[in-house]
Design a protein around this ligand. Structure first.
Ligand SMILES: [Zn+2]
Length: 144
């Protein structure tokens, strides 16, 4: 039986099963984004279509094209160049864009370590095709 990736309760609705998250947890995630979005420091520079862009504004605020759709950890928003909770949320939202929620929730801490922890403070660009290949490699080890 499929269970919620966050609380382990059984999933019954097809929509929840596809997402890997039950309705209660899903509602909570979305409510949290709405509650905290005003305290996120991140600002946006365009839409994420292929490569992930991570830069700094003049005030040092994180500037990115990764929409902040999911929230689990950091009330102050995205970060990188460390293993902070802000880097964890950024990793989660990047994988949310490139893969399924289930893959994102399973692998975001590893993605944080592999891609975001080692980025310089100023940021950088992460190629979409590198991210897709990384996801392919990880899910292959997962499903044999
Ligand atoms: Zn749940």
């Amino acid at each position: 039986m499929k269970t919620c990736l966050l609380c382990n309760k059984p999933l019954t609705e097809p929509e929840s099963i596809a997402r890997g998250i039950g309705p209660d947890c899903w509602e909570k995630i979305q409510a949290d984004v709405l509650r905290y979005r005003h305290s996120f420091a991140d600002r946006y520079c365009g839409m994420l279509t292929e490569n992930v862009l991570l830069k700094r504004g003049n005030d040092d605020a994180p500037l990115t094209n990764v929409t902040h759709k999911v929230f689990l950890h950091a009330t102050q928003g995205y970060e990188w160049g460390n293993t902070s909770e802000g880097a964890a949320d950024l990793a989660l939202n990047i994988l949310w864009h490139f893969a399924t929620p289930a893959v994102a929730l399973r692998w975001y801490q590893v993605f944080k370590r592999d891609f975001l922890a080692t980025l310089p403070y100023e940021g950088g660009e992460i190629e979409g095709k590198v991210i897709r290949q990384w996801i392919k490699d990880k899910t292959r080890t997962l499903f044999g």
